[in-house]
Design a binder for this molecule. Structure first.
Ligand code: HEC
Length: 92
């Protein structure tokens, strides 16, 4: 007698597996970002194109606006931008 592999449940099992893998990967990525401090993100991302201006060069409000402008240039996520901006504001 031939044993048949039930295709439907195999596909379902594979889909569940991929889903769990992608969940695991996204958690890992989130943790990686969370592990980096604002100062670290700032030093890694903000001197690729120009010298990093000192935190004291701009006011709290100006850093917020600069953060929004430079986020798109430096291709930062929102949490990364927030961390950099709070670091700049706290060092101001
Ligand atoms: C891809 C290149 C690039 C990256 C990365 C980048 N910048 Fe800029 N930045 C520019 C350019 C170009 C200008 C000047 C034009 C402008 O203001 O849009 C500028 C201007 C600025 C200014 C204004 C300087 C002045 O004297 O008026 C500040 C402050 C600044 N960037 C901060 C940052 C911070 C903080 C980061 C990191 C989050 C960052 N930049 C990342 C390209 C970049």
């Amino acid at each position: 007698m031939k044993t048949q592999i039930p295709i439907k449940s195999t596909i379902l099992a594979l889909m569940a597996l991929f889903f769990m893998i992608s969940l695991f990967m996204s958690c890992k990525e989130t943790k990686l970002i969370q592990a980096k401090s604002g100062a670290q993100l700032w030093s890694e991302n903000c001197q690729r194109c120009h010298n990093t201006p000192s935190p004291t060069s701009f006011s709290q409000e100006q850093w917020k606006t600069i953060g929004l402008h430079m986020q798109s240039r430096a291709l930062l996520t929102n949490p990364e931008r927030d961390k950099i901006v709070s670091f700049l504001q706290s060092a101001n």
